[in-house]
Design a protein around this ligand. Structure first.
Ligand code: QAP
Ligand code: CO
Length: 168
């Protein structure tokens, strides 16, 4: 397995729209294994393929303390179950060091393919619902900072650009 490089905001490649996966092959499973290794190493709770510069509709999530609940979502779709919103503080491996409140739908149904290419659906609420919406946004080239005021977003962008210059 391999730890992959994570793109950081404002890298324009994070704006790429991911393509659906035609067939869940061993190559896709290898990508998924590497994404889990990368996410666990960070550590993080969610990672979209877009963040490692692979523009395919693949997401990995694990909300557990002991990395015991890996969730794979290939070609995920969400359906709103009720319109109630919840505010939660979000972060992102592509926006390291910044955490801000974002308002998202509280209750959704997600439909996707699993690691073996089998379709499944799941009703989710709370942190898992937030995390799934955050990761689906990545597949559509969207980041949590896009929900913030331009003032906050530009502050974050400038700080990260400065860090990137230093380490370059
Ligand atoms: C998305 O985010 C998420 O800034 C997943 O320095 C986050 O795994 C969904 C991380 C919160 C819902 C709520 C962030 C690690 C990890 C950082 C992550 C950092 C190191 C973020
Ligand atoms: Co993210």
């Amino acid at each position: 397995m391999m730890i992959l490089d994570i793109l950081e905001y404002p890298d324009p490649r994070l704006r790429t729209i991911a393509k659906p996966v035609d067939e869940v092959t061993d190559e896709i499973r290898e990508l998924i294994d590497n994404m889990f290794e990368t996410m666990y190493d960070a550590p993080g709770i969610g990672l979209a393929a877009s963040q490692v510069n692979v523009h395919k509709q693949v997401v990995v999530i694990d909300l557990s303390e002991d990395r015991s609940e890996p969730l794979v979502l290939i070609n995920p779709r969400v359906e709103v179950l009720d319109g109630d919103l919840q505010d939660m503080q979000e972060g992102c491996l592509s926006v390291p060091g910044f955490y801000e409140d974002v308002s998202r739908i509280e209750h959704v149904r997600v439909t996707a393919l699993d690691y073996n290419g089998q379709p499944f659906e799941k009703e989710v609420t709370g942190l898992l619902a937030v995390c799934i919406q955050h990761e689906l946004d990545h597949l559509n080239g969207k980041l949590f900072v896009d929900y913030l005021s331009a003032l906050k977003r530009n502050r974050i962008r400038k700080k990260l650009e400065k860090q990137h210059k230093k380490s370059a």
